[in-house]
Design a protein around this ligand. Structure first.
Ligand code: ZN
Length: 108
């Protein structure tokens, strides 16, 4: 079982995050949050269409601007990644740390 699946089924909770936010440390020792570069539906590059990120209830939500502007809005228009550390001051887009997570979601 991957680490992000551990403890996700809290009693009384039906909603769960997609996984944990991945961090890296830059060469100055600052923390950088890594956000997926492709939207939750796998259709849009967030570099191209843009995204909004906000944290709520211990999770960072990364909303795809293309999916949310769709009429009606697409399902699964945001990633919900659990913040295992305080919200990082900076973020960058990179799909590579999330490849396993995306594979898991596609197989559902
Ligand atoms: Zn999208």
């Amino acid at each position: 079982m991957p680490a992000y699946a551990a403890g996700m089924d809290a009693p009384g909770s039906t909603w769960k995050p997609d996984g944990d936010l991945i961090y890296r440390t830059d060469r100055y020792g600052g923390r950088v949050g890594i956000l997926p570069a492709t939207c939750r539906n796998g259709e849009h590059s967030l570099h191209t269409v843009g995204y909004r990120a906000h944290d709520s209830e211990g999770c960072l939500r990364i909303v795809c601007q293309a999916c949310i502007s769709h009429v009606p809005p697409r399902l699964n228009n945001y990633w919900a990644l659990r913040l295992t550390e305080p919200t990082p001051p900076r973020a960058e887009l990179d799909d590579s740390p999330y490849e396993e997570l995306r594979r898991t979601l596609r197989s559902k």
